[in-house]
Design a protein around this ligand. Sequence first.
Ligand SMILES: [Fe+2]
Length: 329
Amino acid sequence: MTNCIGKTLGQDIIDENNLLILAAGTEITETLVRRLQNFGIYYLSIKEPLTDDLDITNPISDQTIITAANAIASLDIDKAFEAADKIVADMTSNSAILGNGFMILREYDENTAFHSISVAVFSIMLGMSLGLSMVRLRNLSVGALLHDIGKSQIPIEILNKTGSLTAEETELMRQHPKYGYNMVKDDVLMPIPVKSIILQHHENWDGSGYPRKLKEDKIYELASITHICDVFDALISKRSYKEAFSYKDSLDYMESMRGIMFNPYCLDYFFSEVPIYKVGLKVTLNTGETAIVVKNTRGDMRRPIIRMEATGQDINLREVPVDELFIES
Ligand SMILES: [Fe+2]
């Protein structure tokens, strides 16, 4: 969040009781950042002059983000259901702004809660594009929010380890879907699809995943959706053991895993229908030039309309040869 200092706030910040904490348009100072952190707010939407005309609103409200983050951090299942329903309600009632994409500007990228919220939002976007019913979207939302609860059973030293894991540590890490499943399996009020997401979100399409090495359509579809969005968010985020990968490398990797890690049908929908880039996001192109993402259009979300920072010119990447101009990071 410190990289926001001197910039302009793009969105009102509202607390859980609907009270305005900070109005859009406020200049962000170091003192403000510190005070916001005291409120438990670690993310901000930024407005740049070049993006004044853009709607950079997230498809879920700040209150929903705060509710969800608290639920995940405290492992409160009832609150997670409440937050999951809010996410679906926000997204299905704001479908006009889904194309804006989603991003929480995170100072602490390794934060499991924010990662899980991103996974939930991207999973719902993918689920909506696949035409899932409301009931399935709500199950997907809870499952995505809770997919990594089993990590609460893994020692923190292993979770936060900066170097590579030993074979034993890797084996232990790979138990987290089972640990998570064991935490919820006797909860009669939790729908089976939610339990399946927790257990199966690391199963790979070709049977090389874990814990049960399930293959193809033996893997529950909602778990396949969560798997794609989990890997996407993990790749583009900084973690204790790695820097964030560039968008180019992340998306190329994901495509190379079509039919290997990922359900090919769901992955095709992810690339064609899910807004990968947040509108207003500053990106660097292969030419070294910088641009702002202006608009996502369905069909190929890897090729949005961008605005060149140097000239202010808008370019629809889909009208330019793929190798000539692309988003690097
Ligand atoms: Fe996981």
